[in-house]
Design a protein around this ligand. Sequence first.
Ligand SMILES: Nc1ncnc2c1ncn2[C@@H]1O[C@H](COP(=O)(O)OP(=O)(O)OP(=O)(O)O)[C@@H](O)[C@H]1O
Ligand SMILES: O=P(O)(O)OC[C@H]1O[C@H](OP(=O)(O)OP(=O)(O)O)[C@H](O)[C@@H]1O
Length: 231
Amino acid sequence: MTIKLGVPSKGRLMEKTFDWFGARGVSLRRTGSEREYSGEVDGVEGVELVLLSAGEIPRELAAGRIHLGVTGTDLVQDKLVQWEQKVDPLAELGFGHADLIVAVPSCWVDVDTLDDLDAAASAFRAKHGFRMRIATKYHRLVRAYLHAGGVADYQLVDSQGATEGTVKNMTAEAIADITSSGETLRANHLKILAEEPVLRSQATLFRSRVAKLDNPERSALRALCAQLSLE
Ligand SMILES: Nc1ncnc2c1ncn2[C@@H]1O[C@H](COP(=O)(O)OP(=O)(O)OP(=O)(O)O)[C@@H](O)[C@H]1O
Ligand SMILES: O=P(O)(O)OC[C@H]1O[C@H](OP(=O)(O)OP(=O)(O)O)[C@H](O)[C@@H]1O
């Protein structure tokens, strides 16, 4: 009956998404109390706002429970196997820019490239009897990147937040996380490898390739895309 548009439920991503749609004549707003996750759409018919965690939007798109969703390309590409078959990027929104990078302690003066990291990882294993730990929440992307870069002797350890702190806390030797200003890395005495990042991410509007559409929904989607000057 209506198409469902998933938008991050809080923080900068939510506000900037509301601004992006607002600038194109589609007003998104939260309704109810400050803590209630409900919202409304004005300016186009047949569109329902669904407020979700940015991290859950890829899964909801892939399950076809929402038709459209705004989230970072990093989250889509890491969480969805063969993401191109499940979602279609309709528009890069020009905010939420962040690079997914690998970083090591600044004091590792001999480690600047992936080759150096591979050598350091082998030496680490020989010395300590276990594999160098790289903390991240981006398991799929980081594993593929390190494999392509020829780094073998490492293990990923899961970190869902405050990842830069894992080195100081001695639960990891290196990290892979997103960065934008670089301040968190600097404050935690970490340096980025002098390589291309794993991924350059930004907030993107995605369409689910899985969600079913009846005729009224197809019309609503067409009207929304026209209003947003997409396609
Ligand atoms: N410092 C940053 N600068 C720019 N973009 C960022 C920054 N931190 C996170 N992002 C981007 O914002 C998106 C959401 O990130 P994250 O998973 O940290 O969200 P969150 O607000 O913690 O949401 P939730 O935990 O509810 O899923 C990601 O696509 C990420 O790349
Ligand atoms: O390069 P910077 O501008 O310093 O930004 C990078 C930080 O931003 C994100 O963390 P967030 O604040 O979302 O918290 P999190 O650690 O819980 O993910 C990311 O995980 C980095 O820690």
